[in-house]
Design a protein around this ligand. Structure first.
Ligand SMILES: *Cc1c(COP(=O)(O)O)cnc(C)c1O
Length: 325
């Protein structure tokens, strides 16, 4: 472990300069109704309004912008069925390099089409019989592509940390901050920014109840692996934290909380009806946890990161109508 080089806040600062003019500086919204309900003063960092609809653009663009000439010529490969795929595809197009995305053949057609729409080549695989990491590595070896993983990569972590950096620069120090947790790229990057800009802030990672590997890992001190959890929070269906994300989270995060799918739907409904915001289920983890903890947040200044807004519109309508996912 000791030879692993963890990214630092300086890397977040460098990432912010690299993505400036490419990523949106997303708005920080407030809501009188949310404040009344919780008794706290809430600041929502709206990464659902980021380019391609999620914070993942930040880390992907930062990683690809650091490629050398040879890496750019050969291009990038990534495996993802979700927001990381689109983030890599869009970043590659903006930087003028080829991208290959490995996606399950039963991924939603809209996601495959969106990824192709950004100009990426999509390679599909059978998720029950084939190993996507192996396919990604084979493609990288055969064609000289550089593999960029969705969270366990120093440049990805640093890029994801720029959203929290913007939040603290805009609203000043906070008492508590709630961040969605999958593999931990967003949380570890946010932790670097939090410890630099608001050191006393209580920082919470929030993951789905059904997939609390992060909480188990945090409390036991070793990375816990689980089977793919059943939850509507599809952006947080990761099976384990990373070799880079875990030590940062263990060092800099105060606790990992969980919320159930029903609470995520309630939060989605709140965002839609009260704030006119479309948030995907995973993007609601932070607010759902803050609501559940409101007795401890009275009179406090609290940050909530809304991580993304990419949800198929029919599925969104069904979830809001209480018809499952
Ligand atoms: C990827 C993703 C997450 C989880 O991010 P990690 O860096 O894997 O922890 C949360 N929300 C959304 C919308 C995502 O796309």
């Amino acid at each position: 472990m000791s030879e692993i080089m963890l990214p630092t806040y300086d890397d977040v600062v460098a990432a912010a300069a690299r993505i400036a003019g490419q990523a949106h500086r997303t708005p920080v919204l407030t809501s009188r109704i949310a404040d009344e309900e919780t008794g706290a003063q809430l600041f929502f960092k709206c990464e659902n309004l980021q380019r391609m609809g999620a914070f993942k653009f930040r880390g992907a663009y930062n990683a690809l912008a650091k490629f050398d000439a040879g890496q750019r010529r050969a291009g990038v490969v990534a495996f993802s069925s979700g927001n990381h795929a689109q983030a890599i595809a869009l970043s590659a197009r903006l930087l003028g390099m080829p991208a290959t995305i490995v996606m399950p053949q039963d991924a939603p057609a809209s996601k495959i089409a969106a990824t192709r729409g950004y100009g990426a080549q999509v390679v599909t695989y059978d998720r029950y019989t084939e190993d996507r990491e192996q396919i990604g590595r084979d493609l990288a070896e055969r064609h000289g592509y550089t593999l960029v993983p969705p969270y366990d990569h120093a440049d990805v972590i640093a890029g994801q940390g720029t959203a929290a950096k913007e939040l603290f620069e805009e609203v000043g120090p906070l008492d508590a901050f709630f961040v969605c947790l999958g593999g931990g790229g967003l949380l570890s990057g946010s932790a670097l920014a939090t410890r630099a800009l608001s050191p006393q802030c209580l920082l919470y990672g929030v993951e789905p109840e059904a997939g609390n590997d992060g909480q188990q890992s945090f409390r036991s001190g070793a990375i816990v692996h689980i089977d793919t959890p059943r939850t509507i929070a599809d952006g947080a269906q990761t099976q384990h934290l990373g070799q880079l994300t875990f030590p940062i989270i263990r060092r800099d995060v105060d606790d990992i909380l969980t919320v159930g799918d029903a609470e995520l739907v309630e939060a989605m409904r709140f965002f839609a009806s009260r704030m006119k915001l479309v948030a995907e289920p995973t993007g609601c983890l932070g607010f759902a946890a803050a609501r559940a903890m409101k007795d401890q947040l009275k009179g406090k200044r609290v940050g909530v990161l809304i991580s993304g807004g990419n949800v198929d519109i029919d599925r969104y309508a069904a979830l809001l109508a209480g018809q499952g996912g």
